[in-house]
Design a protein around this ligand. Structure first.
Ligand code: PLP
Length: 260
């Protein structure tokens, strides 16, 4: 029997807690064969991002073409895309190869404040990439940037999700981890008709590096295995909850949350 395959198009985190490394570890953990297209190489550890080197458009195209020409994939996720020109290459390839099962983690700013998406690339993300994909998984600051509004209550979360869905993306997964107005952490899945809530306990910890990457990677692995969007979000939520409650104790700053 053929094993399910998933592809991550994202940045490398030398510290192993986020980016490509978190995605591949999560795919493996979910029993899915992981493949990667590296968009940028970051030098980072638990104290922060120290250097960013984007890959060339030629290299990214070659990586995507190599996978499409021989291996294919059941689902795709995107993480750090860094620039407008990288987003355009990725959007073109998704269309060329007809990869429809795609989850976009709209990575913008690392927890330490480093920019992982150039300001001018936001337009391409919203108007070139989101119309082509199945799901987008913003946290509150990312949703504020995408929806161009402040989010200060649960109703605002829903309003922002409606606005983000107007880009053409099928599902918006609005994550509540940064929502200080919530006591527990409630994420919403919005499909254009209704909001499905997913409840979790809030965990007070600085060791949350890579949670966004891992969440979207687990979702992508579930979709690759044939799960519904609701099942994929449910499994990702449980995975992150368990990871946050089980600190690894690595590094002196914002430690990683990989879980196994
Ligand atoms: N580095 C890379 C390559 C990432 O893709 C991400 C997040 O998506 C981060 C760093 C930021 O991780 P965090 O904000 O969880 O520390």
């Amino acid at each position: 029997m053929r094993i399910a395959q998933a592809l991550t198009i994202a940045g490398s985190d030398s510290g192993g807690g986020a980016g490509i490394q978190a995605d591949i570890k999560s795919f493996q953990e979910m029993g899915v064969f992981g493949m990667s297209v590296v968009t940028a190489v970051t030098a980072q550890n638990t104290l922060g991002v120290h250097h960013v080197m984007p890959m060339t458009v030629e290299s990214i195209t070659q990586q995507l073409d190599a996978i499409a020409a021989d291996m294919g994939t059941d689902a795709v996720k995107t993480g750090m895309l860094y620039s407008g020109e990288i987003i355009e290459v990725v959007a073109d390839c998704l269309q060329t190869y007809n990869w429809k099962q795609v989850v976009v983690d709209p990575v913008m700013i690392a927890k330490g404040g480093a920019s992982l998406l150039q300001q001018e690339a936001l337009h391409a993300l919203k108007h070139k990439l989101l119309p082509l994909v199945q799901a987008v998984t913003p946290n509150i600051p990312e949703a504020e940037a995408l929806a161009e509004m402040q989010i200060e209550c649960m109703e605002d979360m829903k309003k922002a999700a409606r606005r983000i869905r107007e880009t053409g993306v099928s599902y918006v997964v609005m994550k509540g981890g940064h929502a200080s107005f919530q006591e527990d952490v409630i994420d919403y899945l919005y499909d254009g008709h209704s909001f499905t809530p997913f409840h979790g306990r809030r965990v007070e910890t600085v060791h949350s590096h890579g949670t966004g990457c891992t969440f979207s990677a687990v979702m992508t692995a579930c979709l690759a295995r044939g799960a519904s969007m609701t099942e994929a979000v449910q499994v990702a939520k449980q995975f992150i909850q368990a990871a946050l409650e089980d600190e690894l104790g690595i590094g002196n700053g914002h430690g990683p949350t990989n879980h196994w």
